[in-house]
Design a protein around this ligand. Structure first.
Ligand code: AHR
Length: 326
């Protein structure tokens, strides 16, 4: 089984499972796509907060390239919702054929999504979700964050079953669906166990904040902490510095469970500093490009495409690393 998991991880392919069904919305006439002309796409990205995000941006840029029949305009929101709303409004004014965006937070999108709908421009969510009515966007291509959190929580519940566990949590960006759903899944998995949650604070998905928040946890709780759940690799990697500076050994004195499975995360796992890593596949570009082409051509698409994620222990990380794509 372990061998099979390793082989699957090495393949690094995004197997996307189809869920639900929705009719595609044809793009606006000036947005390209007719008679082989390039499709104009506006892409609003969250920012550059993590290794996962860099891999996701690269995947989208590769897939929505000129060579593949697109004219893509990229906008980095620097983790700010107001920047994303401004970018989407600018894409509407430009008359793009489709808008692709990774919503930094889950709420507050209704007005701008209605504006895109009124302009007959299809919106494709990639990565995170929104809480708006599904009629306001065409589809979402992303990962199952709740399942990721649940898988991480199951590891902690199984590992500390019957033992004393004092847990701290580094949460992702407050209000993001990635953080919300990972928290829900994790809490579901540890419900009814003796795991004692000492504290849970946001580290905003960055290494710098992961380090600072972990320093605070260590000052407050000292050596009583014996397990850390970091909702992404970067915060876990930042926490490593804080743990070492406190004279503790990561992976031994404090078990560390993270989500993403970037090369840096799997390296920390392989060398024993992390204990378990759940994958969140960022290579969503090809599926997004495929969906955009279909929608602009007026073909129907599903309402949700979910990437197939793995989980890694230390031995599986060592097997996967040489061919890891991100
Ligand atoms: O939305 C996906 C999350 O966003 C990734 O887990 C994290 O690394 C990124 O910042």
């Amino acid at each position: 089984m372990k061998k099979l998991m390793g082989m699957l991880a090495m393949a690094g392919a995004v197997a996307l499972v189809l869920t639900g069904c929705a009719a595609g919305d044809a793009g606006s006439a000036s947005g390209g796509g007719a008679d082989g002309s390039p499709i104009k796409v506006g892409f609003s990205q969250v920012g550059a907060e993590s290794g996962w995000r860099s891999a996701n941006t690269a995947s989208l840029k590769d897939a929505l390239s000129d060579a593949n029949g697109f004219k893509m305009t990229f906008s980095d929101a620097q983790q700010k919702q107001e920047n994303q709303i401004a970018a989407i409004r600018s894409f509407i004014t430009q008359g793009v054929g489709a808008i692709v965006f990774a919503p930094v937070v889950e709420t507050g999108w209704d007005d701008v999504l209605k504006e895109a709908k009124d302009a007959n421009i299809p919106v494709i969510l990639q990565d995170r979700a929104v809480d708006s009515d599904p009629s306001l966007y065409t589809t979402r291509v992303g990962d199952d964050f709740e399942k990721e959190g649940e898988t991480a929580g199951k590891y902690v519940a199984d590992t500390f079953n019957g033992k004393k566990a004092n847990l701290v949590v580094l949460e992702g960006t407050t209000g993001s669906s990635a953080a919300n759903d990972r928290t829900t899944g994790f809490n579901k998995a540890i419900a009814g166990t003796d795991i004692n949650v000492l504290d849970s604070l946001t580290g905003n998905f960055t290494r710098a904040e992961g380090k600072t928040v972990m320093e605070g946890f260590l000052q407050k709780y000292g050596k009583t902490i014996n397990v850390l759940f970091a909702q992404n690799d970067d915060m876990g990697l930042g926490a490593l510095d804080a743990i070492k500076a406190a004279g503790l050994t990561p992976g031994k004195d404090i078990q560390i469970v993270t989500i993403d499975a970037t090369k840096d995360g799997l390296t920390a796992l392989s060398t024993g500093e992390f204990n378990y890593v759940v994958e969140c596949n960022p290579l969503l570009g090809d599926k997004v490009a495929d969906v955009v082409k279909k929608v602009v051509a007026g073909e129907s698409v599903d309402k949700l495409y979910v990437a197939d994620d793995q989980a890694f222990d230390q031995a599986q990380a060592t097997v996967a690393l040489p061919t890891r794509k991100y």
